[in-house]
Design a protein around this ligand. Structure first.
Ligand code: NAP
Ligand code: MG
Length: 494
């Protein structure tokens, strides 16, 4: 609502896009119920770490301390694996119908506490409340529902064969979708009869630890899920533990490569969901207003902290100027600021380290000669914020066209023919996702086959469903999460 004290601007355009139009603050007020200190979740209980060390978890929204999180050392990780190995003997033998009951219960308990989890996720990670409320938490519940449905139907995944659980799975997740990545990892592992040691990212451990209380309320047998917190060293201890039957990792390509090296020569299975530099391709016959919305959503969703973000816009030369001017207009109406405000579109950058990385890459784009555009915006004085940014006149050789920025920064390149678009889109070490915007169905079918990416969206972007497998090509990793394919990555076929 416009503030009643302000004069109504005479020009409707100004009304929509000018500085005079102000929203009143609309902060989400539900309590997040964050404990002052969290231990490790091992064998169904919270325990103090043997290291006796804790680190502060701060909110990127305002840099305030939210909680103290335990640092798990090698002995703690070992205790978690021992407890998961003991639990495996009975959990893996439970009938699928019984495992399904636990998964359904977990999904429903998460739905019951959805608002609380959404606020906690936003405070801890910085994403806008409308995203944690309308995307992260409901999607996390959807993954448990979906896999609950599979738990007693595994015989139908590959008829004539049996899916046998692998054992104890070590799972490591990043900070961009903390609760959702936890759900992507836990739900298929549990549905197929495995037990788990999970490590959340250092900056976003809180919703995983809150989730442990849901596991307790669901009556999940002790040891089936263990949660160990800490930084990269804790992750390395999870990777290297001899009891791990498989490591499932989501994170950077760099760490993924080091894990692959560490596991070489062992019998451990591995799936890697790594980085991306997706091309979002807009052809001249595309419905431009929808395409512009899709491009905006593709890069500014979750501040661009999205592995499959459409961070390279490839636009056909004939419409490039028009698309750029539409994007600039749209940028002016994006609201960047307090993620707890229900009107915020772009929230806080997850950490100071990530903000520094974004700043460095943006400075590099300017130095390399690309044209920078940012709409005027007032960013909060405290906290980690970066304004939504467009770079036009970008060349394929620029770092901003090649490196994953993992921030609200779009690099715009042009092409003349669909063939050139595909060639440019595929000219990257990554292959996680891509988007095609065109009026012609035949062109969608042709280009989506030629694009070397695990997911190709047509006239849409960032659409997810638990039934749809997600994963990469090339340096974006291997293995799939979601769908039937995702179940196969947690089982031996016998
Ligand atoms: P990251 O630095 O690789 O961290 C990912 C996880 O690995 C964190 O829990 C991290 O712990 C842990 N870790 C760090 N060093 C480790 C080591 N040596 N051994 C084992 N574990 C280690 O990545 P990030 O910066 O958190 O996440 C951003 C990256 O994830 C981006 O590149 C993005 O594209 C990718 N990502 C991919 C997908 C996908 O599905 N393909 C989804 C989301 C994100 P700490 O955080 O405590 O250091
Ligand atoms: Mg945090």
């Amino acid at each position: 609502m416009p503030s009643p004290k302000r004069p109504i601007p005479p020009d409707a355009r100004e009304l929509l896009f000018g500085d005079l139009w102000e929203y009143d603050p609309a902060p989400e007020s539900a309590p997040a119920f964050i404990e002052p200190r969290y231990g490790l979740f091992i064998n169904g209980k919270f325990v103090a770490p043997k290291t006796r060390n804790y680190f502060d978890s701060i909110s990127p929204r305002n840099e305030e301390k939210l909680s103290e999180i335990a640092v798990a050392g090698a002995a703690d990780v070992d205790a978690a694996y021992q407890s998961a190995a003991t639990a495996f003997t009975s959990w893996s033998k439970l009938p699928g119908t019984e495992r399904a009951k636990y998964l359904f219960r977990i999904a429903r308990l998460l739905q019951d506490r959805a608002r609380e989890f959404a606020v906690a996720e936003t405070l801890d990670g910085g994403k806008p409340i409308k995203e944690s409320r309308d995307f992260d938490v409901p999607m996390a519940a959807a993954h448990f529902f979906y896999h609950a449905g599979w738990a007693d139907k595994l015989g139908y995944v590959t008829p004539g064969r049996t899916l046998a659980p692998l054992g104890v799975i070590g799972q490591i997740i990043p900070w961009n979708f903390p609760l959702l990545m936890l759900a992507w990892k836990l739900a298929p592992a549990l549905a197929t009869g495995n037990t788990v040691v999970l490590k959340p990212a250092e900056t976003t451990s809180i919703t995983a630890l809150k989730f442990a209380s849901i596991l307790q309320d669901a009556g999940l047998p002790p040891g089936v899920v263990n949660i160990v917190t800490g930084a990269g060293e804790t992750g390395a201890a999870v990777v290297n533990h001899p009891l791990a039957a498989k490591i499932a990792f989501t994170g950077s390509t760099e760490v993924g490569k080091s894990i692959q090296r560490a596991l070489a020569g062992t019998a451990k299975r591995l799936t890697l969901e790594l980085g991306g530099k997706a091309a979002n391709i807009v052809l001249e016959d595309a419905p431009l207003d929808q395409a512009v919305e899709g491009v905006i959503n593709g890069i500014f969703f979750n501040q661009g902290h999205v592995c499959c973000a459409g961070s390279r816009l490839l636009v056909q030369e004939s419409i490039a100027d028009k698309v750029l001017s539409k994007l600039k207009i749209r940028l002016k109406s994006l609201r960047t600021g307090d993620p707890l405000d229900k009107n915020t579109d772009v929230g806080a950058i997850n950490s100071q380290a990530q903000l520094d990385r974004i700043r460095e890459l943006v400075a590099c784009g300017v130095a390399e000669g690309a044209d920078l555009y940012q709409a005027a915006s007032k960013l909060p004085a405290k906290g980690f914020y970066f304004p939504p940014t467009l770079f036009s006149n970008v060349a394929m050789s620029h770092r901003i066209a090649r490196d994953e920025i993992f921030g609200p920064v779009l690099s715009i390149l042009t092409f003349r023919t669909p063939e050139e678009a595909v060639e440019k889109a595929n000219n990257t070490c990554y292959g996680l996702s891509a988007g095609v915007w065109t009026d012609k169905g035949s062109r969608i079918l042709k280009m989506s086959t030629e694009l070397k990416a695990g997911v190709v969206w047509a006239n849409s972007f960032n659409k997810f469903d638990p039934a749809s497998p997600f994963g990469g090509y090339k340096e974006s990793g291997f293995g799939r999460e979601g769908g039937k394919q995702g179940l196969l990555d947690y089982a031996n076929l016998i």
